[in-house]
Design a protein around this ligand. Structure first.
Ligand SMILES: *[C@@H]1O[C@H](CO)[C@@H](O)[C@H](O)[C@H]1NC(C)=O
Ligand SMILES: *[C@@H]1O[C@H](CO)[C@@H](O)[C@H](O)[C@H]1NC(C)=O
Ligand SMILES: *[C@@H]1O[C@H](CO)[C@@H](O)[C@H](O)[C@H]1NC(C)=O
Length: 434
């Protein structure tokens, strides 16, 4: 049935129902609004009271009609009315949805397809379970208003299930890439026997992931290769997301736009100390690199964040890279790319267990202007076992599902305090100086 016709029928039904309801009380003259071809109650009683205007006046109900008949008819009319109403409502809501969507599309295209940015997640197929709530929280807290793409990378092909589930949760375009063997294997200058001996030693020493080969490939990949993946090369900014992490606060602005407009190149939420046994020679090798390329050191660097003695020793502070919002063009160019190649040749990703966190953090602290490094204090974040929860969230108008008492920032193992000092930022109220 066509919509206009349904509408008319609905109107008729409504009016008829009203008439039937009130006809007992208002018996004089009838209601002259019903159109001539309306037939709903004609059969029930003889037509009468034709007026000269040609309108059909409704007959009064006579004693011959039973209450049951009238109730039955009334019910039919009401059903009809309900149907029409329901039909109209769902049409209306579909229409509204379309309008809103079109508006959102217009908005996002007005924003020049937003920023040149993507989420990126390095994951195994077995990480899916730990990733679902993570994606949901990123979408709910941020991305459902922006719809940025999400790149998933894996050293083996993703399963159909992984793709189906994860893409159903991402509001932007979900993209899936396999990592080439050249970025996930031993370079030819690494002596694998020696590397295996190290893993054995570290296992016996109980060093976390010390015996893992894949963890080493992962750290090397995140240090020197992810930004070269063909999918990632299309973007400038990325937000790294790992399984089992959660966002706690609504983020009501575009963090990528913030990065671009404020000329930020590296953003973090949690900073802490590294295990010295995993990076014993990293600082020496870094100093060797700097002695070859002294100009690489930025004249306004954040050196004080990573060293308490102007660069003689490394204080083990690093940004926790399971969360990163950063500019890949920094990683892609010298000095970083040269620095990574230098580290890679030195072999510490395999002969020790260098993590991408100290590598990224040392590089950002040495090569960037300290103004280019941003603490995303307003982003509540958990990677077990640590949480960053903004201070005074309610006073700041943040809606967070975490408590400031959960905050790791000011505990002794954290390096947030070193960051504030290196940036000459005053510590928040109530935070003691030491
Ligand atoms: C009105 O009712 C009569 C008798 O039931 C039927 O023949 C006729 O087709 C109906 N007219 C309309 C417009 O529904
Ligand atoms: C590789 O390492 C093993 C164990 O440390 C050593 O015995 C061997 O000589 C090394 N091979 C080369 C070619 O250096
Ligand atoms: C996005 O950034 C990458 C890296 O800087 C660049 O190659 C690419 O052209 C940019 N794309 C757009 C649409 O600006």
């Amino acid at each position: 049935m066509s919509r206009p016709r349904k509408r008319i029928l609905g109107l008729v039904a409504l009016l008829t129902a009203a008439y039937l309801l009130f006809s007992k009380e208002f018996t004089s003259g009838g209601i002259g609004l019903v159109t001539r071809n309306s037939n709903i109650s004609h059969s029930e009683s003889p037509a009468s009271d034709h007026t000269d205007s040609g309108d059909v006046s409704y007959p009064k109900y006579t004693a011959g009609e039973t209450t049951a008949q009238r109730l039955d008819l009334l019910k039919k009319l009401q059903d009809l009315e309900q149907q029409e109403l329901h039909y109209q409502q769902s049409e209306d809501s579909r229409h509204k949805f379309r309008l809103q969507n079109t508006f959102a599309e217009q908005q996002s295209s007005e924003f020049a397809a937003l920023e040149n940015a993507t989420f990126v997640t390095l994951a195994r197929n077995s990480d899916l379970l730990g990733l679902m709530n993570t994606i949901r929280s990123v979408e709910d807290r941020f991305n459902n208003r922006y719809h940025y793409d999400w790149v998933f990378l894996n050293n083996e092909p993703f399963t159909e299930e992984f793709v189906k589930v994860s893409s159903s949760l991402v509001s932007g375009q979900a993209r899936y890439g396999v990592i080439g063997l050249d970025h996930w294997s031993y370079p030819d200058w690494i002596n694998r026997t020696a590397a295996a001996e190290v893993r054995n030693k570290m296992r016996n020493a109980g060093i976390i992931y010390g015996d893992s080969e894949s963890y080493r490939h992962m750290c090397r990949y995140e240090s020197g290769f992810f930004y070269h993946h063909p999918l990632m090369r299309e973007y400038k900014y990325y937000w790294r997301v790992e399984p089992d992490t959660l966002l706690h606060c609504d983020i009501d602005y575009d963090v990528f736009k913030y990065m671009r407009e404020e000329k930020k190149k590296y953003g973090f939420t949690i900073a802490l100390r590294e295990y010295i046994s995993t990076i014993e020679s990293l600082w020496d090798v870094t100093r060797q690199y700097l002695s070859h390329v002294p100009d690489a050191l930025n004249s306004n660097s954040l050196l004080e964040f990573i060293s308490d003695d102007y660069g003689v020793t490394y204080n083990l502070c690093h940004f926790w890279t399971n969360f990163e919002i950063a500019d890949m063009d920094f990683w892609r160019a010298p000095p970083y790319q040269d620095y990574f190649d230098f580290l890679d040749k030195a072999g510490g990703f395999f002969y020790e267990r260098w993590g991408d966190a100290p590598v990224h953090s040392i590089a950002a602290s040495l090569f960037l202007d300290k103004k280019e490094i941003h603490f995303f204090d307003d982003i509540g974040y958990t990677h077990p076992p640590f949480t960053h929860c903004p201070m005074n969230p309610i006073e700041r108008g943040l809606t967070c599902s975490c408590l400031p008492t959960q905050n790791f920032d000011w505990q002794s193992y954290s390096c947030t305090r070193q960051f504030y000092k290196a940036q000459n930022m005053p510590l928040p109220d109530n935070i003691p100086n030491a």
